[in-house]
Design a protein around this ligand. Sequence first.
Ligand code: ADP
Ligand code: MG
Length: 541
Amino acid sequence: YQGLAGRSTNEILQLYAAHGQQMKLQRSSVVTQLHGAIKKRLKQDLKSLHSFALELSKDFQRQSKTCLYQVLAAVQGIQLQNEAMQMFQIKAFDLEQSLQEVTERYEKEKQKRKALHNSLIELRGNIRVHCRIRPLLPFDDAAGHSVSQDRQRNFSEKAAYAADDETVLVKCSRPGHASVNKTFQFERVYSDLESQDAVFADVAPLLTSLLDGYNVCIMAYGQTGSGKTYTMLGPQLEGNLAFSTEEESELGIIPRATQEVFRLISEKPPGSYWVEVSVVEVYNNEIFDLLAKDSYGGVFGVKRDVVTTREGKSDVPLLTHETVENASEFLHLVNKGLQLRVTHPTLVHAHSSRSHLVVTLTITTVVLGDNFGTLWEDEQTSQRFNKEAFCTFPQKMRDNKSTSSSRASSPVQLEASQMKQVKTRLQLVDLAGSECVGMSGVTGAALRETSFINRSLSALADVLGAIAEQRAHVPYRNSKLTHLLQDSVGGDAKLLVMLCISPGQKYLTESMQSLGFGTRARQVQRGQVKKKNFPVPSKGK
Ligand code: ADP
Ligand code: MG
């Protein structure tokens, strides 16, 4: 600025303009330089960016390719697996089908085997033994023993099971010992889940043979509380006059068998069959007629005796045989008898399991000449026969009914000489409790009761033993029970023993005793069960 002093304004302006120009030039060259540098840098960046992008896309391509391969491989794998799965499914289906076929075949074979087994039993005269295991019930828990809580729990555990429909499995466990499994085989084993229906389904075929001319006896054996009365009668029929039809599914063998017998009879020509009932109790080795009436028509348990007839059969003279025409009449009678069983003063015993109950249905069949079983095949003959002669029988029977007091009053004397009667018998037995109660501490009536039960049941076992060993003498007369049941046990009846088992651990001893009894009974061979296809004129009753 010192240099400017003394210069003219013009000069100063020129200088200033020149300076501005110079500055401008300088600035533009810097800008140009800067621009160049930036451009260069940008170019470089762009280039590296480009190459980076290129790399990236190449990498991406590479990676997606491998992914694609992997996906393809996976898809292929899945496809293969799918195919394998399908193969497996087909195989499984085939296997299932063949299993079903095998099962069906097995069932058929089993049926065949059972049928063959039944024929074998019949041929050998074996006793059929079925075994029913009742469910565990609330009273099984009741503390009946003075044992510790721990043992108590153990006691109410199940010890007896149905392994299958022919095998009972018993777990025998003693304190301090490893438990041992024992198995028992019977013709049929019912699990605790099986209904009264299922039990009766296996019993029913025996009833058909009743009308074919065979005697049949069904006998329940087991300790007190094991379900004998439940199986034979039903849950509340005992001592209960009111027979409730709503509970029909709960009915036991006795009412069902009667219904079945009457159903079978209803398919036959009317008047050709009739049914008589007797109800007998064996208590303290005495036989009581539970249907006997006194002179006023009141009912008393009248003592009867059992005798052996000249033909070697057992018979109870004067035993009341009431004719019944349907199942409800029968049930009414049986209920009356059962009431008596509980209330009659001479028969006072706290528990009905202290006596043996024998309900007998005698079925009389009228046959013409020697043709039992074939008589009714000719419908015309049957109708003619009905019109001419048969109508007199039912009438006669009805007339007899009010006074019927013994077998002798049944219409044996036939008007038509060619007509014969065949009697077959269905005996249904609810035995007294089989437990061996210790005699110590028991006195008076209870002691007598217990010793009579023990004696009668061991007499039954002895009889079976004697028959099994084919001894010349069978000790039927050692007890009234065996004497009364002589024809069914040792004779020509189809005999079914229904073993009843309580499953609880605390009943193990009694259950084993019952299973042992059943096993021995199965081994008894009595010779072929005979069919009553007479009549032979001299013997026809
Ligand atoms: P038992 O005549 O052998 O002394 P019960 O038939 O009186 O024995 O049976 C004892 C109890 O067990 C009864 O209350 C009966 O109803 C019950 N009971 C027995 N068997 C069965 C079963 N299969 N299902 C249900 N309850 C049963
Ligand atoms: Mg009973």
